[in-house]
Design a protein around this ligand. Structure first.
Ligand code: NAP
Length: 252
């Protein structure tokens, strides 16, 4: 589905990003795997190469604009262009010591950090990717939002606000850049088994699966399939949309 295309993934060292980097490569893309640590990105590159794919590892902190610009430049220099991008790096409330904290009790620093990584980080990636794609005549981008971008979740106000922001940013960016032949969509995962959800699975896994129509957590590969399709030419009339892949969580 992606033969001859180049694809960039942030958060590629773990979870959904890693599975999507592998799926991009399986579908024929050259992959630029970017993550906070070079080692994590390199592990994904090694897995891609072990299956005969081509990939490069890039270290990036999406809160650092110069690093994001350099990431896009590195992907372009490795593969001669940028056809697809998956802006997926993100953090959960418990990673800023705000897991389960009610909105009014949340420290400002935790609020700002969640928005900085999860929303502004996506905006930074988008603007540098669009700058490249408009020069080469088009491209396709997917941002990772969440069911938390569609409904409220308890004790997660900063995360929910950031993910609703990603849904809005995706629509606005899609409208702004459609005439430049750049498609921009979001994917909204439900609860997926990754390092990010290990703690919530331990604490309230039963409640989450009971609340999910399909009665289980998803696996990262199930998100990757939607992202591959959205980035492929088969989705040529799809832009500004949110793809919910949540086992029916938001349908209940
Ligand atoms: P994950 O396994 O923790 O992977 C996230 C990756 O992003 C990690 O490799 C992490 O690096 C990296 N990262 C964190 N901060 C970064 C930064 N400032 N710059 C660059 N990379 C950074 O989590 P995941 O579950 O795959 O989550 C991926 C995305 O899906 C996130 O946006 C998350 O909000 C979203 N999501 C997840 C679920 C779920 O149930 N898992 C549901 C809905 C949405 P470190 O490990 O070094 O911190």
């Amino acid at each position: 589905m992606l033969d001859g295309k180049s694809a960039l993934v942030t958060g590629a060292g773990s979870g959904i990003g890693r599975a999507t980097a592998l799926a991009f490569a399986r579908e024929g893309a050259w992959v630029a795997a970017a993550d906070l640590t070079l080692e994590a990105a390199q592990r994904t590159v090694a897995a891609i190469e072990a299956k005969g794919g081509q990939a490069v590892a890039i270290a990036v902190d999406v809160t650092d604009d110069a690093a994001v610009q350099a990431m896009v430049a590195a992907a372009v220099s490795a593969f001669g262009g940028l056809d697809c991008a998956f802006n997926n790096a993100g953090i959960a409330p418990h990673q800023v010591n705000a897991g389960g904290v009610l909105m009014a009790d949340m420290p400002e620093a935790a609020w700002l950090r969640l928005l900085e990584v999860n929303l502004t980080g996506v905006w930074r990636c988008l603007r540098h990717e669009v700058a490249q794609m408009r020069q080469q005549g088009g491209g396709a981008i997917v941002n990772t939002a969440s069911v938390a971008g569609l409904v409220g979740l308890p004790g997660a106000a900063g995360y929910v606000a950031g993910k609703h922001g990603v849904v809005g940013l995706t629509k606005a960016a899609a409208v702004d850049h459609a005439k430049e032949n750049i498609r921009i969509n979001a994917v909204c995962p439900g609860y997926i088994e990754t390092p990010m959800t290990e703690e919530s699975k331990r604490r309230r896994g039963d409640a989450i699966t009971a609340r999910t129509a399909l009665g289980r957590f998803g696996v990262p590969e199930e998100i990757a399939e939607a992202v591959v399709w959205l980035c492929s030419d088969r989705a040529s009339f799809v832009t500004g949309s949110n793809w919910t892949v949540d086992g029916g969580y938001s349908a209940l």
